[in-house]
Design a protein around this ligand. Structure first.
Ligand code: PSU
Ligand code: MN
Length: 335
């Protein structure tokens, strides 16, 4: 019943590329060449737990050096909790599943000079041999290609405020509607329109569940005030959800929203007024499209004097624990 590697193995080709590609294998997919690290490749062929991690959070979601430190720590947390981390990015035109520390550092230092890669950008980045961080949508695509079922991030994109007029709706949402990956996140930031995001997820047929609560979490705060359609209470329950989705071949994604740990949550005036200011500035400066989310994230960080960044880092780590536990549980039931 292993669905892994419906792509043919081309054999190892590590070595002569500055040492950093050592131990990786190139897989030939119907859509081109992708590189899978040895760790991830071995875990997938043995049916072991693997957790995908995105990289736009590194290039566009946090400043250096916190982005690099967090990326390394999140990988360590995934390992401690029984799964193999697979950070996904495109480097010099090659989609990479599982990065070396040097590769993580390269992305972290590139920051916003790297491309921000959503579904629509993949072909161009590959064709021009460019490098960049993959958003939730692009990361889901590559994770799904190699048979990874669980993916951890901080927060996903959503329907932007005033999205009914701008049509700015993150491709994360449509990807969740068409790609069977379980995404673990702390919900959706209130820089976005949370009720409309949930409506849109329903239209896309995405299974949305909140973890140990019936309130969909709002990233910096535990509650959004919007009821989550489902509630799950254990990693095993999440794994059973993934397994049911797979067996029935429903082909849509699952979104698990886990609230930020109470001691790290920022609520009330500080964050609200920072978000309001950032939104107003973005609109005054005419910042829109794919530049809007990175702008809002970094302005909110600045305006809260780094306290929102601290929360962001804490919640990603918390999500990584649950993601690894879900992947471990899934590996067990699929055994
Ligand atoms: N929200 C965050 N941090 C992030 C992102 C969103 O709190 O780093 C990133 C993710 O990579 C997400 C992307 O997939 O932004 C969504 O971008 P857009 O809104 O342009 O679709
Ligand atoms: Mn957008």
């Amino acid at each position: 019943l292993r669905r892994h590697f419906n792509i043919s193995k081309q054999g190892s080709k590590g070595g002569n590329e500055g040492g950093s590609n050592e131990g990786s294998s190139y897989e030939n997919t119907s859509s081109g060449s992708i590189k899978i690290s040895q760790d991830v490749s071995t875990a997938l062929s043995n049916g072991k737990a693997v957790v995908a991690l995105e990289s736009t959070i590194i290039t566009h979601g946090m400043p250096y050096p916190q982005n690099f430190e967090t990326a390394k720590e999140v990988e360590a947390i995934v390992k401690e909790n029984g799964a193999v981390p697979a950070t996904i990015a495109i480097l010099d035109g090659i989609p990479c599943i599982g990065l070396t520390t040097e590769e993580l550092e390269r992305l972290a230092k590139l920051g916003t000079k790297a491309r921000k890669i959503s579904r629509r950008d993949i072909a161009h980045v590959v064709a021009t041999r460019s490098s960049g961080g993959t958003t939730v949508s692009a990361t889901m695509i590559f994770a799904s290609m190699v048979g990874i079922s669980v993916f951890v991030t901080g927060g996903i994109g959503g329907v932007h405020r005033n999205g009914e007029n701008t049509l700015d709706i993150s491709s994360d949402l449509t990807e969740l509607g068409r790609t069977p990956i379980c995404v673990v996140s702390a919900g959706v930031k209130s820089i976005l329109d949370i009720p409309k995001t949930l409506e849109y997820l329903e239209t896309q047929g995405v299974c949305v569940a909140a973890y140990k609560t019936d309130d969909f979490p709002a990233f910096y705060s535990e509650k959004s005030g919007c009821k989550a359609p489902c509630q799950v209470d254990t990693p095993e329950e999440c794994a059973r959800l993934i397994e049911a989705n797979r067996r029935l071949d429903l082909r849509m994604g699952i979104l698990i929203g886990i609230p930020i740990p109470k001691q790290h949550s920022v609520t009330g005036n500080v964050i609200d007024s920072a978000i309001q200011t950032a939104l107003r500035e973005a609109s005054e400066k005419g910042i829109n499209g794919s530049a809007e989310t990175p702008y809002l994230l970094s302005r909110v960080n600045e305006l809260t004097g780094g306290s929102s960044l601290e929360s962001n880092i804490a919640l990603v780590k918390n999500n990584a624990i649950l993601g690894a536990q879900i992947a471990a549980s899934l590996a067990q039931i699929q055994d």
